[in-house]
Design a protein around this ligand. Structure first.
Ligand SMILES: [Zn+2]
Length: 131
């Protein structure tokens, strides 16, 4: 497998940022329906903040659905951090390129397909978001 071209990285980043925007809207809508309505402004501030602010947000909400969205935002932010650090697209386990096809399916992937299947075997494959 080849390393990613700058164009490929750019298109994946674009998709992740679009997805991040959708997630923020989703979280806002879910919170608006909930009794945590009053903390909405705080949540929005935190979404604009850094990673530790998001961790606070996760700690402060007990809504499973929102939690999942916030986790996804964290994954996106981490992936964009890896783009900026120049390590995006490398498997965190073996350092090999993850491959564009796999990243297209899952832009926030941190493992190559081989290490991912091993991880799923070791941790149980249950309930992951597979396409
Ligand atoms: Zn690997």
């Amino acid at each position: 497998m080849n390393a990613l071209t700058p164009t490929q990285v750019e298109s994946l980043k674009e998709r992740m940022l679009t997805r991040r925007g959708e997630l923020v809207v989703e979280i806002r809508e879910k919170l608006a329906e909930s009794r945590e309505h009053s903390s909405l402004a705080t949540v929005e501030q935190r979404l604009e903040g850094g990673d530790s602010a998001l961790a606070d947000l996760i700690a402060s909400t007990d809504m499973a659905m929102v939690r999942r969205d916030v986790e996804e935002i964290r994954e996106i932010d981490a992936a964009i951090g890896r783009i900026e650090a120049g390590t995006y697209g490398e498997c965190t386990q073996c350092g090999e390129p993850i491959g564009f096809a796999r990243l297209e399916a899952e832009p926030t992937a941190t493992r190559c397909i081989r290490d991912q299947s091993r991880w799923e075997r070791e941790h149980g494959s249950g309930g992951g978001a597979s396409l």
